[in-house]
Ligand binder design. Structure first.
Ligand SMILES: [Zn+2]
Length: 174
């Protein structure tokens, strides 16, 4: 398990350092807080928001979002369930531009991975033309469990298998 590190890339907007791990598809400029896809031939800007009400969140889990549809950008044993829970609650949560830590690190999956499957799984298709965004869903560590905003769900260890690791976060903040 590797600690966050600075990838050898700089922000196209401000030349600040981009924070991300080698396998991550999205990196973040620690100076201007912009997000960039770094998994293609060129660095491409991707809008980044945070969902929740906490500036003291323990961790922000990366989800792709298009309109009302949201799905995990990290590998999980329950991707469809997490997609359903977050999609259903996203409209109730405060969405704000990212301002800094906790960065929603660990986006290991391309947005195409689940998007089509989610529609077949019974979630509404996003409106045509809705932009793709990365949303950091803030979770809190309370009573040894990880809670999504408004306690709409509690996470199990295998809900995050790779990328942003609950174990890793627990080590940061036991
Ligand atoms: Zn920047």
């Amino acid at each position: 398990m590797t600690a966050p590190r600075f990838v050898p890339l700089t922000c196209p907007s401000c030349s600040g350092n981009l924070l991300g791990r080698a396998q991550d598809r999205v990196a973040f400029c620690t100076s201007c807080a912009r997000g960039y896809r770094v998994d293609g031939d060129a660095i491409a800007a991707v809008p980044v928001l945070v969902a929740g009400d906490a500036r003291d969140a323990d961790l922000a889990l990366p989800f792709w979002r298009r309109g009302t549809l949201a799905w995990p950008a990290f590998t999980s044993a329950r991707p469809l369930l997490l997609a359903r829970v977050v999609s259903l609650h996203l409209g109730e949560w405060k969405l704000a531009p990212i301002e800094g830590a906790p960065w929603p690190l660990g986006a290991r999956l391309a947005p195409e991975t689940f998007e089509q499957a989610l529609v077949f799984a019974g979630l509404d298709a996003p409106p045509a033309g809705a932009p793709l965004e990365l949303v950091g869903v803030e979770v809190r560590h309370v009573d040894r469990r990880w809670h999504l905003p408004d306690d709409c769900a509690v996470l199990y260890p295998d809900d995050v298998l790779e990328g942003t690791s609950l174990l890793e976060a627990a080590l940061v903040r036991p």
